[in-house]
Design a protein around this ligand. Structure first.
Ligand code: IPD
Ligand code: CA
Ligand code: CA
Length: 276
């Protein structure tokens, strides 16, 4: 019988290929709410993944973004994002993936993130290390924010309430650069593989992060919420990094939370012209 990780790998690859077929057809964009997009491809990918998980593991619970999962009160729960990066996908921007994570008794034990555009399959199982296309991956060795490449994301929902631009500005002044891929699962996979040194974001959901967190911890990284508290799948914010940066990263975002801004955003007084 295939392991949980082998099953998730097989399913994620198939779902990823399905996404590429839909990409060719440029599926119509629908709006779930505000600027939160969904397409036929999100639903087709979810139907494939959830159907297959229920076939292989009929007693397990499944939580899936588009709502087709089932709570079977199992010790095992799969978290499925059938298409992470829908906005990119809807614009044919090749940064999207399938994300499948497995939790057992509240502990994350396996995760797969598959990026079909690059044919990169990131996978990890608790205690067995993290891999990209069967090659072992590890977090970076960057030891200071001033030498780091960081990443973040911005929520689709309630954008008018989003405060992340302050964190973006403060960290952007210090770091080598800040990337915004539009796929939180890819961001976590890139922290795990050392392509990015750290990632933070507000308001993510369990299906965005379950798989990526297994990758980060199995690749030797660290994560918590942005205040340094243990991360839960429903925490309001998260920081994930190579572990070496964690304290400095927390101190940097902690300063912003407390209003200790080292470099104010220039020219942002309501009614006054922006100077540059
Ligand atoms: C989104 C992506 C994006 C993040 C958003 C998520 P979706 O997921 O992960 O990077 O910034 O907060 O909602 O909607 O494309 O599955
Ligand atoms: Ca997502
Ligand atoms: Ca999604």
């Amino acid at each position: 019988m295939p392991s949980y990780l082998e099953s998730a790998t097989e399913i994620a690859r198939e779902a990823g290929e399905l996404l590429l077929q839909y990409l060719e057809k440029r599926p119509a964009i629908e709006i779930k709410g505000e600027q939160d997009l969904v397409t036929e491809a999100d639903r087709a990918s979810e139907a494939l993944i959830v159907g297959r998980l229920q076939q292989y593991f009929p007693s397990h619970s499944v939580v899936a973004e588009e709502g087709s999962g089932q709570d079977r009160k199992s010790e095992y729960c799969w978290y499925v994002d059938p298409l992470d990066g829908t906005t990119n996908f809807a614009h044919s921007y090749p940064a999207f993936c399938v994300s499948i994570g497995l939790e057992h008794r509240g502990e994350l034990i396996a995760g797969v993130v598959y990026d079909p555009s690059r044919n990169e399959l990131f996978s990890a199982e608790k205690g067995a290390g993290a891999y990209c296309n069967n090659r072992r991956i590890r977090v970076s060795k960057t030891a200071s924010i001033s030498e780091s490449l960081l990443a973040t994301g911005f929520p689709s929902r309630k954008r008018h309430e989003d405060v992340n631009v302050y964190f973006f500005h403060q960290l952007g002044v210090k770091a080598h650069g800040i990337r915004r891929s539009g796929s939180a699962a890819i961001d976590l996979a890139y922290v795990a593989s050392g392509r990015q040194d750290g990632f933070w974001e507000f308001g993510l959901n369990a299906w965005d992060i379950a798989a990526g967190l297994v990758l980060v911890s199995e690749a030797g990284g660290a994560y918590s919420d942005m205040k340094g508290e243990p991360l839960h799948l429903n925490s309001p914010h998260l920081i994930a990094d190579n572990g070496l940066l964690h304290e400095e990263f927390l101190a940097s975002v902690g300063a912003v939370f407390e209003g200790r801004i080292h470099t104010p955003i220039p020219g942002l007084t309501p009614g006054a012209p922006v100077r540059y």
